[in-house]
Design a protein around this ligand. Structure first.
Ligand code: FES
Length: 136
């Protein structure tokens, strides 16, 4: 009678692994799109779209641009370092991921509240003729 118990455990274990794999695969499919678009400077449009003390998420480019102080722009990967969700937006001077509640600083992408384990990777950002150019 111990054989069926072991089989049930095996099934449960495999189901958990499959579920985890499906979640990871769902996140990594977004990563593939991001990586495919990660060469050269990317034009994100008018710098004036990014509010002072706030930021804007460019979902298609998987980039979040912030403006901690007037004329000071920062760009980060919008891919949360916890499980790969794209961050949702910027509020109260924090970049927010609503998947599991991580929050990051608009000044340097540092983790303000987990479960994210690492800061958001920073990208180069420049403003030319009022247009944001980000280099990943
Ligand atoms: S993926 Fe962002 S908090 Fe989990």
């Amino acid at each position: 009678m111990s054989e069926p118990v072991a089989s049930r455990r095996t099934v449960l274990c495999c189901a958990a692994v499959a579920l985890a794999g499906a979640t990871a695969a769902g996140c990594s499919s977004n990563n593939s799109k991001e990586q495919a678009k990660s060469s050269g400077p990317v034009d994100l449009g008018a710098a004036s779209d990014v509010p002072v003390g706030g930021g804007k998420v460019y979902r298609e480019q998987a980039v979040v641009v912030t403006q901690p102080a007037a004329g000071e722009y920062k760009a980060f990967s919008a891919k949360c370092t916890h499980a790969g969700c794209l961050v949702n937006g910027v509020a109260k001077e924090q970049i927010q991921c609503l998947c599991h509640g991580s929050r990051f600083a608009i000044t340097d992408g540092a983790v303000l509240d987990g479960p994210a384990p690492k800061p958001l990777p920073e990208y180069k950002v420049a403003v030319q003729n009022g247009q944001l150019q980000v280099t990943k």
